[in-house]
Ligand binder design. Structure first.
Ligand code: CMC
Length: 433
């Protein structure tokens, strides 16, 4: 617990015994009871579905105040970072702990470009996926496949990790763009040494032998900001998966691949795709926003308003604010009108005025407006969660590295309350009814 301050103790009364456990506080004041000895001393475990009250680690990477709508990476507010940095500066910050200076940024950019190709044999893989494969399935498979083509170097541990981290950051973006090109039957466009991280991605996605693409600064700026707002989010589902897989000793490629699979889920990063599909459905059914709100409130229906609600934020998600502004900027720059934006704004307004959403603290989350922005940038709907994954990658890496260095780190292994059958004997198959 070296990273937390001891702040007195907490008394827990169990079966007429008073137990005293240490109380720890983080640098922003949130406190936690250390129940490390609970089972040893009482035989009891804690029951906390979805780990809503469980701190799985001490972390110095990302801070969220869900009540106030604050998100900071390494102490910097996400709005400040989005206004003043490019994505690779934020990636560097998350992974190395500090923002790079000008030379460090230039060197980092060069390094990421140097490692951006993937082994030519891997390109063959894309050919064998069925035409309508979801790009998240391809991305996770390709991420773990990198471990076969680029085995972790033996020897110096630090060097080995740094090289793997660089490869991962650099190549995942290439894999994402290649998988898109393959899905539409176009030749892959290789990364270029003269383009920045975000320009390179847009170029690999949209350039073709028939027409040279050039990107206006609004698109490049939007992509940088979108990736920044996704870059980390402390112990969310996919980060916990990355840490959990890594805690068993699995390599970074395998851990990230597992994180990509977790992110794919519609309650997590997959929500951005589902938001657009929900808005399209509302449009197709005549634009009746009230009907959708009633459906989301109906406890007999499993339907939820996609892009709304969050485990931690009980006020407006700061990432959603940035995404909403970006969305309006990108749409204005294209001089087009997207009727889905009108539906989204009406939906947001009505939900925020509804007591059901107010009482539960349900606000738009990051996924509510990002899909509309990607759509305007020409990115297809099933690639939205891939975009989230590219943004979240430095966060996953930073969480994995911190987990590796944690002196209190142990294999992630929760317990359970067993509710199955009590002990019984096998009846031989000849005698079973
Ligand atoms: N629509 C309708 N009701 C909702 C919604 C929603 N989107 N979200 C939560 N609720 C209700 C929920 O039914 C519960 O009601 P009650 O108290 O009557 O049982 C109450 O609000 C509390 O919700 P919860 O399910 O206990 O909250 P959670 O922390 O377990 O789940 C969540 C968080 C994000 C999974 C959930 O809000 C949700 O399913 N949202 C829609 C999917 C979505 O947009 N996900 C993206 C999350 S942000 C990006 C990311 O992290 O990847």
């Amino acid at each position: 617990m070296s990273m937390m301050d001891k702040k007195g103790s907490a008394e827990i009364r169990v079966n007429n015994r008073t137990l005293v456990y240490p109380l720890y506080a983080g640098t922003e004041g949130e406190q936690a009871i250390d129940i490390d000895k609970l089972r040893k001393e009482t035989g009891l475990i804690t029951y906390d579905p979805g780990f809503a009250n469980t701190g799985s680690c001490a972390s110095g990477i990302t801070f969220i105040d869900g009540e106030k709508g604050i998100l900071r990476y390494r102490g910097y507010d996400v709005i400040d970072l989005a206004q003043n940095c490019e994505f690779i500066e934020v990636a560097y910050l998350l992974i190395h702990g500090e923002l790079p200076n000008r030379q460090q940024k230039a060197a980092y950019s060069h390094l990421l470009n140097q490692h951006s190709l993937i082994h030519e044999d891997m390109i063959e893989f894309f050919r064998h996926y069925p035409e309508h494969s979801h790009p998240m399935a391809v991305l996770s498979a390709m991420a773990v496949s990198l471990s076969s083509f680029y085995p972790e170097m033996s020897g110096n541990y630090k060097e080995e990790i740094e090289m793997t981290v660089t490869r991962m950051l650099s190549k995942l973006r290439t894999i994402a763009a290649f998988s898109y090109k393959k899905s539409i039957g176009e030749p892959t466009i290789y990364p270029r040494h003269d383009l920045s991280y975000c320009e390179n991605f847009l170029n690999m996605m949209f350039d073709s032998p028939l027409c040279e693409e050039s990107y206006n600064p609004t698109m490049i700026n939007a992509l940088n900001k979108l990736l920044i707002i996704h870059a980390d989010h402390e112990q969310n589902c996919s980060a916990s998966v990355v840490r959990g897989v890594g805690s068993a000793g699995a390599n970074l490629y395998a851990s990230i691949s597992a994180g990509i699979c977790a992110l794919w889920g519609p309650l997590h990063g997959g929500a951005n795709q589902h938001v657009i599909e929900m808005l399209e459905q509302i449009q197709a059914e005549g634009g009746d926003v009230d009907k959708v709100i009633e459906r989301a409130k109906n406890k007999r229906s499993p339907f939820r308003l996609m892009g709304f609600g969050h485990r931690v934020y009980k006020s407006y998600d700061p990432r959603a604010k940035i995404a909403k502004t970006l969305c309006n900027e990108v749409i204005a720059s294209t001089n087009k009108h997207d009727p889905l934006l009108d539906i989204a704004m009406e939906l947001e307004g009505k939900a925020l005025a509804d007591p059901y959403f107010q009482e539960r603290g349900l606000y738009p989350n990051v996924d509510f407006y990002t899909g509309l922005t990607y759509r305007e940038m020409g990115i297809p709907t099933d690639m939205f969660t891939v975009m989230f994954a590219i943004g979240r990658l430095p966060g996953w890496i930073a969480q994995w590295m911190e987990m590796k260095k944690d002196p209190h780190g142990r294999i992630a292994r929760p317990r359970q309350i067993y509710t199955g059958s009590t002990a019984r004997k096998v009846i031989r198959i000849s005698r079973r009814k």
